[in-house]
Write a protein that binds this ligand. Structure first.
Ligand code: SF4
Ligand code: SF4
Length: 83
């Protein structure tokens, strides 16, 4: 287990998902609210020494986790749709 203040980015099909473990308090709200159930706990520790979260390829970059996180630990950038 390690602790880091750098962000961790995951490129998913619909965009870019990033977590700042140094801000994540491990409340689990994002995991609860994710409509794709694609979030889980990771080995990277958050600000209070609890696990922070990560995503898998099922993420659709909807941004709900970013909206519900009370500590702004998640950043989601949706790719522009090809017209
Ligand atoms: S962006 Fe949407 S689908 Fe992806 S992890 Fe967050 S809530 Fe889940
Ligand atoms: S809602 Fe925010 S603080 Fe809570 S577990 Fe998710 S990323 Fe961490």
């Amino acid at each position: 287990m390690t602790q880091t203040f750098k962000d961790r980015s995951f490129e998913v099909e619909k965009g870019l998902w990033a977590i700042f473990p140094g801000l994540c308090k491990g409340c689990g709200l994002c995991i609860q609210k994710c409509p794709k159930k694609c979030m889980s706990w990771s080995d990277i520790l958050g600000v209070y020494g609890t696990p922070s979260v990560e995503v898998n390829d099922e993420c659709i970059a909807c941004g709900i986790c970013q909206t519900v996180c009370p500590d702004c630990a998640i950043s989601v950038a949706k790719k522009k749709e090809e017209k």
